[in-house]
Design a protein around this ligand. Sequence first.
Ligand SMILES: NC(=O)C1=CN([C@@H]2O[C@H](COP(=O)(O)OP(=O)(O)OC[C@H]3O[C@@H](n4cnc5c(N)ncnc54)[C@H](O)[C@@H]3O)[C@@H](O)[C@H]2O)C=CC1
Ligand SMILES: O=C(O)[C@@H](O)C(=O)[C@H](O)[C@@H](O)CO
Length: 321
Amino acid sequence: MTSIDIITSAAVVGSGYMGGGIAQVLAMHGCKVALGDVDGETAERARFRLVEQARGFEARGLFPEGASEVIEGNFAAAESIEEAVAAADYIAEAVPEEPALKSGILRRISAAAPPTAVIASNTSAIPIGELALSVVGPERFLGVHWMNPAPFIPGVELIPGPHTAPDVVDLAEELVRSLGKTPARVADTPGFVANRLQFALYKEAVRIVDDGIATPEQIDAVVSNTFGFRLALFGPFAIGDMAGLDVYESAYRTLEKAYGDRFSAPEALTATVKGGNLGLKRGHGFLDIDTPDQAALLAYRDNAYARLSQLRADLGEAPGL
Ligand SMILES: NC(=O)C1=CN([C@@H]2O[C@H](COP(=O)(O)OP(=O)(O)OC[C@H]3O[C@@H](n4cnc5c(N)ncnc54)[C@H](O)[C@@H]3O)[C@@H](O)[C@H]2O)C=CC1
Ligand SMILES: O=C(O)[C@@H](O)C(=O)[C@H](O)[C@@H](O)CO
């Protein structure tokens, strides 16, 4: 099903870094997109910038041929937020991550939008239930958390709030999939899943710098060439099940001795290992990987890692890093 079978007109409020990318993806897939921002002049500047950027992406083969023309034809800069959302079926809110600002903008959006319009916040971490307090018709409001940069990162978190209607989540999921993205439904907790994990890692990385153990450059090199490399293809539980959970538990014992409770082994891990379940090694792990599939999974893994290494070699070093 194409995007325009699901929604025909959209609005993006906050046409900056994320909102701009979301708008490009919606427009590229055939949706009419009204760009809203602080005022009409800012929205028009955003429209111009985003069309020019799309032309560059197309010229570099990052957008399909003809995409920038489709985007230009589907974009309109609105004079106000109210004008942007007035005829929208789907509204993406992407103003700065300031709770009070978001609440005020969501109040304006939901007061001016058609009563059946779906309203989606791109918040990075604010609970949807908190933002929903400002939304007229919270049953049509949810979090749809795109990742930076929106046109090129496949994963999008879908976060229903306490009042979000199930069919609204279904529609958002169908829309995100029709846009070529990979939706994941997650619970409405601060930071959801992506940022709770991402920011836990980041805080530990800063701590390693503060402790004088490694520089930011060294940490980036280690992460991007070791477990970060693997995470491009597999999640942490698949990686752990392939590695052997007994190894994980042993490592946690060493880390706990050095760093205390914050590195104690998770109880669920200890229980799994105690039960003789080590992942692919023996029994099962956190994932139910079918035994017949294990050899095929490992063959896929090794091929994928080898191909990813080749891709990285072809891409060369990131300039400036
Ligand atoms: N930058 C990132 O890496 C990511 C950001 N996010 C989230 O997306 C949202 C937007 O972030 P960015 O795009 O980075 O911000 P940004 O600063 O690039 O864009 C914000 C846009 O909102 C507009 N704006 C500000 N006040 C406004 C108002 N009163 N009325 C209408 N428009 C207003 C600004 O003019 C700007 O165009 C935030 O909630 C952020 O946490 C989510 C994923 C990644
Ligand atoms: O990394 C991303 O794109 C998202 O998880 C985010 O929400 C950003 O990290 C944002 O929180 C800060 O850039």
